[in-house]
Write a protein that binds this ligand. Structure first.
Ligand code: DQA
Length: 146
């Protein structure tokens, strides 16, 4: 059976494509799922995209990944900058964790410059738009092939 990569998305990303398109673009999470599935297939992987606006649900999703997933790609959205709970949950996961931000958080407000999740992430991509998700999937493929 092929290995599963879970792509987790935090609050407000359900509105991707409609929300502040000048910052986040016009692509939707369905587009992200399609792009990532195509790359995953190249590496013999499968992927599943999930989104929640609720911190505890994201923690539960990470716990589920302990049983189901070989790797996690995560855009924790605003919880990036606030959530020790999501960091702690990611620390219970043994596989690779890649962090993605659509916008360049370092070019934005100061409160977006700090990421709790970066303390666990094996690598991060910021500011490459939704393309960053597929780039993370490609990197996940090479990490898991090693
Ligand atoms: C984001 C950046 C966060 O600061 C913000 O709260 C988001 C999206 C990004 O993908 O650029 O919701 O994670």
């Amino acid at each position: 059976m092929s290995q599963l990569i879970t792509i987790l998305n935090g609050p407000n990303l359900n509105l991707l494509g409609k929300r502040e398109p000048e910052i986040y673009g016009h692509a939707t999470l369905a587009d992200v799922q399609a792009d990532c599935s195509a790359v995953a297939q190249e590496f013999g992987l499968t992927c599943e995209l999930k989104q929640s606006n609720i911190e505890g649900e994201l923690v539960d999703m990470i716990h589920t990944c302990r049983e189901t997933s070989a790797g996690i790609i995560i855009n924790p959205a605003a919880y990036t900058h606030t959530s020790v709970a999501i960091l702690d949950a990611l620390n219970t996961f043994d596989g690779p964790v890649l962090e993605i931000h659509i916008s360049n958080v370092h070019k934005r407000e100061e409160f977006r410059h700090h990421s709790y999740v970066s303390k666990r992430a094996d690598a991060s991509i910021v500011g490459m738009g939704v393309e960053g998700y597929a780039l993370c999937m490609r990197h996940m493929g090479s990490l898991l092939a090693k």
